[in-house]
Design a protein around this ligand. Structure first.
Ligand code: PEP
Ligand code: MN
Length: 365
């Protein structure tokens, strides 16, 4: 993407005084629902009104979208409210219909970005249009797959491109529906500073309580915009009910978010430091999470030792770990003294955990 300068200009050209906002329901359900939400979003900061027409559900049997009829409702939204419109396309037929109905912004969903065949089909169908096209990250954290999709669209002469970070699937349950990989978004920005980067806190969180914090983190990391699912009656939405917010709540979120400006030197400093601090906060959370996981494994070992009546402290094993970690730490610029202190603390916590497990057995006897 040699022409990455060109990529950003569509967003710069909009000369927004705030991050780009794309909001609207997960799915278009009825004409009344689509229009009523749109009217509530009309005089807000919302720039694009989103609604899924074709819904790619992970398992069949759920609501799969109203289909092409919903495009007429989006047209009405534009006529009645002046809001520009956005929808997801997942094949050539969707693209043709969306273009026919003059949808302003098209996005490629996470389940499509994983398939180079589908992405190429969409890119070919879009060739020659000047619509804005946003590419969601693939469901798995694979930066090349994501960039590959951007390149396919770029090769089809789509210049108004952008990407959406909507988080990644994990086998393990986490507090997120789709875990954010902020470092990947940072890497993407570093490589392509001119590629607009949008955050989708709705699909990252899976619940409306976390939307604000995720949005703030995204803005602190210089994201250019937000896509937030908004519904007039979220609890009764036909898809993604738990994560949608009301238009009123959306306005409140936009009001409360701290938007950093990039104007004078001091602002630049503040932006840089807050960006770094956000990264530190994310890493600290990961550290605690990892330590918690380590203790769980250690509990498992404690349980085994209890069953076999083996001593908690295994000196040889412990010395082996220490030696390895000191070397590992050295290669990452960590002093031996620090690694020793840290691992002694971790080891002590492990011993405390295992002691508890073994003593529980003594009490039972
Ligand atoms: C959506 O935006 O409603 C959607 C289906 O998103 P994703 O592709 O991120 O799952
Ligand atoms: Mn959704």
């Amino acid at each position: 993407m040699e022409n990455s300068k060109e990529l950003r200009s569509w967003l710069d050209d909009m000369k927004l005084s705030h991050p780009l906002v794309i909001a609207g329901p997960c799915s278009a359900e009825t004409e009344g629902q689509v229009l009523s939400i749109a009217h509530e979003l009309k005089d807000t900061d919302v720039n694009y009104y989103r609604a899924g027409i074709w819904k790619p559900r992970t398992r069949p049997g759920n609501f799969e979208g109203v289909g092409a009829i919903g495009l007429n409702w989006l047209k009405k939204v534009k006529e009645e409210t002046g809001l520009k419109t956005a929808t997801e396309v997942a094949n050539k037929n969707h693209v043709d219909l969306a273009l026919e109905h003059d949808v302003d912004l098209l996005w490629i969903g996470a389940r499509s970005t994983v398939s180079p065949f589908i992405v190429q089909e969409i890119a070919d169908a879009l060739e020659g249009t000047d619509k804005i096209v946003l590419i969601k990250n693939p469901v798995n954290p694979d930066l090349s797959l994501w960039l590959g999709a951007v390149e396919r669209l770029s090769k089809a002469n789509i210049t108004k491109l952008g990407v959406i970070h909507r988080g990644f699937s994990t086998y393990e349950k986490t507090k997120y529906r789709n875990i954010p990989e902020w470092q990947m978004a940072i890497e993407l920005q570093t490589k392509f500073p001119d590629l607009p980067l949008i955050n989708d806190p709705s699909h990252i969180s899976g619940n409306r309580e976390m939307i604000f914090d995720i949005s703030q983190t995204a803005l602190d990391l210089n994201f250019d915009g937000l896509m937030i699912e908004t519904h007039h009656d979220p609890d009764n939405a036909w898809s993604d009910a738990a994560q949608q917010v009301t238009p009123k709540r959306l306005v409140q979120i936009m009001e409360d978010l701290k938007i950093r400006k990039e104007t004078d030197e001091e602002a630049e400093y503040n932006q840089k430091i807050s960006n770094l601090r956000t990264q530190i906060d994310i890493i600290d959370n990961q550290l605690i999470d990892t330590l918690g996981k380590r203790m769980k494994v250690s509990d498992g070992i404690g349980e085994l030792k209890r069953q076999r009546n083996v001593a908690v402290l295994q000196t040889n094993r412990w010395n082996e770990i220490l030696g390895k970690m000191i070397l590992e730490g050295e290669s990452k610029g960590l002093s031996e003294e620090f690694v020793l202190r840290m691992f002694k603390a971790i080891h002590q916590e492990s011993i405390n955990h295992q002691e508890k497990i073994i003593n529980a057995e003594t009490l039972k006897k």
